[in-house]
Design a protein around this ligand. Sequence first.
Ligand SMILES: [Zn+2]
Length: 202
Amino acid sequence: MTPAPSFRSGSGRLCLDFIRTLRHRGTARPEEELPDSAALAAWVGRFGPWESVPEAAAVGHDAQARQLREAIHTLVAAAREPVEGGTARAAALTAALSTAGDTVNRIAALPVPAPQLDGSGRLRWLAAAPVPAVLALIARDAVDLVTGPSIDRVHECADPDCHALFLDSSRPGTRRWCSMNTCGNKAKKQTLRGRSVSRPEG
Ligand SMILES: [Zn+2]
């Protein structure tokens, strides 16, 4: 059994948090955070509507989850192509759809968790297959993201080791880091250190 990784959140969209499970994407040392069903169950327990999900519920779904993740990444990357100057985005999307569209559509069509009232009038979420149901939520979120106006607010973290995609909901739309607590803080510290090196004594 794999130790539960510290999954990153805070990208502003479920599908973007899911993409982050391939940590350090695009660098020389990418890190797979969903190597097996135990890790997938842990992710679904953290990001889905339940407190936890038994590992048994994720058995046989981890390959499908990784396939969905890469398909979403392909689509989001294509949808982020600049639109200025013509057809770059349309061409990129057409290419992405031919390889990734089926996967995302197939999983988006699966049943999602249904809201139900329990005997005390509290909300509980029902799903015959909780892990595929959460994968369906992720796929639907991705379809919504790449077809809506928010896609132009999806930025890549400026940290050279991170590259995580996040939805910038700040008013000016100039956010540079996926999180101020992690990558933003690291950059701030590096800037301060650089300053103290270049200006040793005032
Ligand atoms: Zn980052």
